[in-house]
Design a protein around this ligand. Structure first.
Ligand SMILES: C[C@@](CO)(OP(=O)(O)O)[C@H](O)COP(=O)(O)OP(=O)(O)OC[C@H]1O[C@@H](n2ccc(N)nc2=O)[C@H](O)[C@@H]1O
Ligand SMILES: Nc1ncnc2c1ncn2[C@@H]1O[C@H](COP(=O)(O)OP(=O)(O)O)[C@@H](O)[C@H]1O
Length: 284
């Protein structure tokens, strides 16, 4: 049997850090949502009791380092499954981009293997398993739009934002999430995002207010280290995006617009600067 799973990219409409915890993680408050840019996973039984991976992308590990491999290993171990599986990842989400590509592949693997092996694991339990693999994995399991707290694994589902276009641009650099969090001084954050205003904007489907309430405290660190990210933000603003923000720890910058024609204009404008540009719908 072959199972197909879609692993969508996420963006952070807001990312606030409240403090650094004793376990080394940061206590966050984030509003996350999915966009229509996705990897596709084919999950298939194989006769031998082992986990194997393949991908058309030459840029992701195909061994234990891959988060999809780790997800398969975890679920096999927890539920004592003695069957093998082959996972093919059709990679479309840029890597180490702040778009949770690896986390979403891990989430899709957990969902897919739950189906393939008929394990009947409820969503909340899958999310608890996901949290072992990474802070973003629980959100990627359920998708939708959520307010995430704790280290990102505590989720409260909220309404979808109003319909809009999202233009994503990723400069040709890879950013390590761990590096960015290490360099952040949680006690000296200059400006915190207006999370309450953003929640209200989403609730009332007010796209203009949404665009003006977005914020990400990790920008301070990433923009300081990589000036190209600041330049791309400026460029996206100059091209007329209604709201512009860096996603997660970066380096992807996204712009929000309501009209397709404007999305296309910004997309074309950015293609002159960067190879990795996407114009996609927000998944509502
Ligand atoms: C920043 C965010 C925002 O959505 O996304 P990305 O930029 O990675 O997409 C996430 O919090 C990333 O989640 P994820 O990529 O799953 O991170 P994890 O594997 O759990 O952690 C990677 C490293 O980041 C740091 N980390 C992560 C989450 C958190 N709340 N506090 C932290 O300090 C820790 O140093 C950890 O070792
Ligand atoms: N399935 C996967 N897809 C992408 N990257 C992966 C995957 N598994 C492991 N990784 C590794 O995880 C790191 C972060 O990748 P990714 O999840 O794309 O970052 P981000 O969460 O910042 O978008 C990369 O160094 C990459 O090598």
């Amino acid at each position: 049997m072959k199972i197909l799973e879609k692993a969508s990219a996420k963006i952070n409409l807001s990312l606030d850090v409240l403090h650094k915890r004793d376990d080394g993680y940061h206590e966050v408050e984030m509003i996350m949502t999915m966009v229509d840019l996705a990897d596709r996973l084919e999950i298939q039984e194989q006769p031998q009791d082992k986990i194997t991976l393949s991908s058309q992308s030459g840029y992701i590990p195909l061994d234990e380092k891959n988060l999809a491999f780790q997800a398969a290993k975890l679920i096999k171990m927890k539920y004592q499954v003695r069957q093998g599986v082959h996972i093919h990842i059709d990679k479309k989400i840029p890597i180490a981009a702040g778009l949770a590509g690896g986390s979403s592949d891990a989430a899709a693997t957990l969902r897919g293997l739950n189906r393939l092996w008929g394990l009947g694991i409820p969503m909340e339990e899958l999310q608890r398993l996901g949290a072992i693999l990474g802070s973003d994995v629980p959100f990627c399991i359920g998708g939708g739009t959520a307010l995430a707290t704790g280290r990102g694994e505590l989720l409260q589902a909220i309404e979808a934002p109003p319909q809009c276009w999202v233009i994503l641009v990723k400069p040709p650099i890879n950013v390590s999430t761990s590096d960015i969090y290490t360099k952040l001084n949680a006690k000296q954050i200059k400006s915190h995002p207006a999370t309450e205003d953003l929640l209200a904007a989403i609730r009332t489907k007010n796209l203009d207010k949404l665009c003006h309430s977005m914020g990400n405290v990790l920008e301070e660190v990433t923009l300081g280290m990589y000036p190209v990210v600041r330049q791309l933000k400026q460029c996206m603003e100059n091209l007329g995006a209604d709201g512009v923000l860096m996603s997660g720890s970066g380096p992807t910058v996204f712009g929000i617009v309501s009209k397709e024609v404007k999305a296309k204009r910004i997309y074309n404008g950015l293609r002159g600067f960067c190879k990795e540009v996407y114009a996609v719908r927000m998944l509502t």
